[in-house]
Design a binder for this molecule. Structure first.
Ligand SMILES: C[S@@+](CC[C@H](N)C(=O)[O-])C[C@H]1O[C@@H](n2cnc3c(N)ncnc32)[C@H](O)[C@@H]1O
Length: 228
């Protein structure tokens, strides 16, 4: 049976692609400050659902308004701005390996008055010497999807996706939550990639289910894991 976790490497798996993508987005933003760029999975309301989920779960585990958050592959940083809009006021850090993305997120942050509240930093999350400390909440919207398209391998020859859980484990405090949204993997596939002895499924987000030819499915999934 074909392993659907192995997606074809494509441009979306390269840093060059994202540098060019965010350079263009910065250029658009410089011409039109209303244009803060692509919000991935917006059609599915993913960002809204992720934030709603976190708001609904305030008081559960380590989720509260002072929660220390990191967003992996933050892009334009929009998810963190949205959390801030929803009164999350703890330390927030958005990281991305694309310098253009980080500059873009900083520019937006400055324009909406968040620059002293949300930090953005350039980081390849797989870099062995990258250690930003421990967080209560780790977020990913579309980043594992991009990583799955990367042709590079880990030093031991495994695919990048196979090293992803270790990255998340390193960043999460005990009892912390990892909330991830993917459009490339089914919920079962996502769980099989992320779940380990220490990272267990906590809750999932429901999306509308479509039915086609008698087959039911959703085009997107979000799963929250807890670090034990
Ligand atoms: C599909 S975009 C999603 C961006 C953002 N999370 C959003 O929802 O708009 C994937 C992002 O992951 C970043 N990325 C991919 N591999 C990365 C890595 N190894 N370390 C840090 N960022 C990475 C890309 O630069 C890009 O910004």
């Amino acid at each position: 049976m074909e392993d659907t976790r192995k997606l074809n490497a494509s441009q979306l798996g390269t840093k060059k692609y994202w540098d060019e993508f965010y350079a263009l987005e910065r250029d658009n933003f410089s011409k039109n400050p209303e244009d803060t760029g692509e919000c991935w999975f917006d059609d599915n309301g993913a960002e809204e659902r992720m934030v709603e989920f976190l708001v609904e779960n305030i008081g559960q585990e380590k989720i509260d308004l002072g929660t220390k958050v990191i967003d992996l592959g933050t892009g334009n940083g929009h998810l963190l701005f949205e959390l801030y809009e929803n009164e999350f006021a703890g330390p927030m850090l958005g990281v991305d390996y694309s310098e253009e993305s980080v500059e873009f997120a900083r520019e937006i942050s400055k324009s909406n008055g968040c620059d002293d509240k949300i930090k953005f930093a350039v980081a390849d999350i797989f870099a062995p010497d990258w250690n930003p400390g421990l967080f209560d909440l780790v977020l990913d919207k579309g980043t594992l999807d991009a990583i799955a398209l990367c042709e590079k391998t880990l030093p031991d020859g495994r695919r990048m996706v196979d090293g992803y859980s270790k990255v998340v484990e390193k960043l999460l405090d005990q009892g912390g939550i990892f909330l991830i949204t993917s459009c490339n993997f089914t919920e079962d596939e996502l769980i099989s990639i992320v779940e380990t002895n220490r990272l267990k499924v906590w809750k999932t987000i429901e999306y509308p289910v479509y039915e086609f030819g008698g087959v039911k499915g959703t085009t997107i999934c979000s799963v929250a894991f807890i670090k034990q």
